[in-house]
Design a protein around this ligand. Structure first.
Ligand code: BGC
Length: 741
């Protein structure tokens, strides 16, 4: 529709119609199938408001969305199509690894391909907007939503944000793909103590440097929508933070798309103690710049009264409504309200062989080999293998936030290995994922009947245990697949105990007692504490929730079809008490190493190491790649110069290896103390067997700047350390200087 016509439409709409465009409800209001998580309560809004609703949450499927579109358009006086929005966080039907695993690929190009597929599958099923990417930087694995984030680093998350947004939005002009809605603005990942929906409090320097860059990267990549956070930042709820939404997002970054609240977060302004009642909430959120109120009664019930009594100018409603209409028009919904959705397309497009192949490739690249004593991996394929553990033949490999995917489509580890090993493979469950019924009940999704399927009776558990020992005894190698229940990670999955459950560790101890070689495969949505299993295992593969093709990818790594190349996107602690633990911390005046003090009076714990078990960026491969000396083209730069860095890699092995070269720096002295290391660039390169390669980086001097507490980026002259290596700990270093002029 031409802009002029769109303006005419807006001018002709009644106030309730315009407000309707600012309301989003879920399927239950339209008698449609709905898979929303969260408080499912009737909101106490009128039928008229429901009929005028401008967008619908988490209704999917060509048939359901087409029917609902027809129904809603018939009801609305101007027959305005609704927008269908959904959580397509890491796949729609073809499920890729959880974003923490996607971060571990360090391969934005691959991730972009994955998100293009996710958007195309979802669009064919009638969804035009994805509530993704979620790029909240997080330093605390107690927070369940670490599962949804690419990890702990601003730069890695920013590169992933660009890839994800671009992937989703590539095909929009062809009526495929989805509009991307980046979330949760802002700094939701900074919630205190990793407790869900808690508050974040931080300096502006920290916010600008460590938390905002990924959202900004998404905006720069053209994402059309932004979702606010459920949490407060420095005392102000994200949903009504005028400074964040107006000054930072709109003025500083030039965002002119649609802003949506998170689920009921406008309503929750009263609970936060930020608004006195719903009326006040509506006023504060709209005034801050929030366009759409997701799943709350507040805009629907309060905006009209606010305009009528003069507290809010109708012009403000018009501006918000205009942004929503613009988005619908950009997608061509006024001409084709179904946006290419069709039942035939839906059948053809989902889970095709090429999509599964990509999911397998991405999953294989997300796996991180944490330990490989005496090069026990890869197996030759000639060994007798005892596959044991609650995840050995488990289809639930997609994790909590793949809400449109089906575990039944997954290939299990057992199915994948059996194809290759045939009779040389034995299998037993060995033990349950959890034996703790109370804990499982507390997860909120499992009925008593489901819990009975998870937790075996004592007799069966004993049988599985005995069978596991028998199988292990007869085998050359044990593969032990363990981890956390999929509902333990994800939204509202915060927890304080990050160890593997006791029953899983007890069986490991017994298996270890047999003196067999043990390969542990860990399925989890967050870094777990693995310090109590490293000495009982020979190899450890961190497998996240690896997605539809996860079993095959794990088998590919175990059997050496690919050499693992995943590198941790989040630090693995030695113990929970170290959290939040992250590589880019500041130095203290009394660092444990290098302090003038000795003994007690240094920054450390008296009962645990200061260092992590596995550092950010860490991961092993089958090839041993050697890093040469760092070469700097010049080591004195002015602010307009570019630092040119090169390093020679040598792969002396028979393996083709994908290697992620990581570049960090430290500003030796600055007016705001800078992290001991900060990632500044990285490249994933392919090394042929027995080859050398020179990898180069060109880093503008301006990138070595930092943010002050007014949010200004400043570059201070002085000396810097540059670090290049395979992870944040094992690095070579060089120094350079940025000159005054
Ligand atoms: C989550 C969002 C999600 C929304 C809609 C909320 O509970 O925080 O990330 O997009 O629900 O499903």
């Amino acid at each position: 529709m031409q802009q002029e016509k769109l303006r005419e439409l807006l001018a002709d709409m009644s106030l309730p119609e315009k407000i309707g465009q600012l309301v989003q409800l879920s399927g239950e209001f339209f008698q449609s199938k709905d898979i929303s998580y969260g408080p499912i309560q009737k909101l106490g809004i009128s039928q008229e408001a429901i009929d005028l609703t401008g967008s619908v949450l988490n209704v999917t499927g060509a048939h359901a969305t087409k029917q609902l579109q027809e129904q809603q358009m018939a009801k609305q006086p101007h027959h305005i199509p609704v927008l269908f929005m959904a959580d397509v966080i890491y796949g729609f039907k073809t499920i890729f690894p959880i974003p923490l695993g996607l971060g571990a690929t360090w391969d934005p190009e691959l991730v972009q391909q994955a998100f293009r597929i996710a958007g195309n599958e979802a669009a064919a099923s009638g969804n035009q907007v994805s509530f993704a990417p979620m790029v909240d930087v997080t330093h605390d694995p107690r927070w369940g939503r670490t599962l949804e984030s690419p990890g702990e680093d601003a730069l890695l998350n920013a590169r992933m944000a660009t890839a994800m947004v671009t992937g989703f939005q590539t095909d929009l002009a062809e009526k495929a793909g989805q509009v991307s809605c980046v979330k949760h603005f802002a700094a939701y990942g900074g919630v205190e103590a990793g407790r869900e929906y808690n508050s974040a409090d931080m300096s502006l320097s920290n916010l600008y440097q460590n938390y905002l860059p990924p959202y900004k990267a998404a905006v720069d990549a053209g994402c059309e929508m932004v979702m606010t956070s459920l949490s407060t930042l420095n005392g102000v709820p994200g949903t009504a933070d005028k400074w964040l939404l107006q000054d930072v997002l709109k003025k500083q970054w030039g965002f002119d798309g649609v802003l949506i609240s998170d689920y009921a977060s406008v309503y929750e302004l009263v609970k936060h103690g930020y608004a006195t009642d719903d009326r006040d909430s509506a006023l504060k959120a709209l005034d801050a710049g929030l366009d759409i109120d997701m799943k709350s009664p507040v805009y629907a019930n309060e905006l009209q009264g606010l305009v009528e009594d003069g507290s809010l100018s109708e012009d403000r409603i018009d501006q918000a409504c205009w942004r929503v209409l613009q988005l619908k028009n950009k997608l061509g919904l006024f001409e084709d309200p179904y946006f290419g959705t069709s039942e035939e397309a839906e059948k053809k497009i989902n889970l095709t062989a090429d999509k599964r192949a990509l999911a397998r490739k991405v999953a294989a690249e997300s796996l991180v080999l944490l330990q490989n004593k005496n090069d026990i991996l890869p197996l030759t394929g000639a060994e007798k293998v005892a596959l044991i553990g609650p995840y050995a033949d488990e289809k639930s490999l997609i994790g909590m936030w793949a809400v449109h995917g089906d575990p039944a489509d997954c290939v299990t580890i057992k199915e994948a290995l059996q194809e290759e090993l045939g009779e040389r493979l034995t299998y037993t469950r060995g033990t349950d994922i959890s034996r703790d019924k109370e804990k499982l009940r507390g997860l909120g999704f499992l009925t008593d009947e489901m819990i009975t399927q998870v937790v075996s009776d004592d007799e069966t558990e004993q049988k599985h245990h005995d069978e596991a020992l028998k199988n292990a005894q007869a085998a050359d190698v044990v593969i032990y697949a363990v981890g956390e229940h999929s509902f333990e990670a994800g939204e509202a999955g915060s927890k304080t105990n990050l160890h593997l459950p006791d029953n899983q560790v007890n069986l490991l101890n017994d298996l270890h007692g047999l003196g067999k070689k043990i390969v542990l495969v860990n399925i989890s949505g967050r870094p777990l504490v693995l310090s109590n299993v490293t000495d009982k295992t020979d190899a450890i593969i961190q497998a996240w929730f690896p997605g539809t093709e996860g079993g095959l990818a794990i088998a590919d790594v175990i059997l050496g079809k690919v050499s693992p190349s995943g590198r941790l996107s989040m630090t693995f602690p030695y113990t929970e008490g170290q959290e939040p633990l992250y590589y880019a911390h500041l130095s203290t005046g009394r660092p444990q190493d290098g302090s003038q003090h000795v003994g007690r009076f240094v920054s450390r714990y008296i009962d645990a190491p200061t260092a992590p078990l596995y550092a950010f960026g860490y991961g092993l491969s089958y090839a041993q790649v050697e890093y040469g000396k760092i070469k700097l083209e010049k080591d004195k730069l002015s602010a307009n110069d570019t630092l040119k860095v090169s390093i020679e890699l040598t792969n002396a092995s028979n393996w083709q290896q994908k290697e992620t070269v990581q570049v960090y720096f430290h500003d030796d002295a600055a007016s705001i103390v800078q992290p001991v290391k900060r990632l500044i660039d990285f490249k994933k390169v392919v090394l042929a067997p027995h080859s050398k390669q020179i990898v180069t980086f060109a880093i503008p001097a301006m990138y070595f700047s930092f943010y002050d507490n007014q949010g200004e980026s400043i570059l201070e002259p002085g000396t810097f350390h540059l670090f290049v290596g395979a992870n944040s700990q094992d690095v070579a270093s060089a120094t350079f200087e940025i000159l005054d002029k």
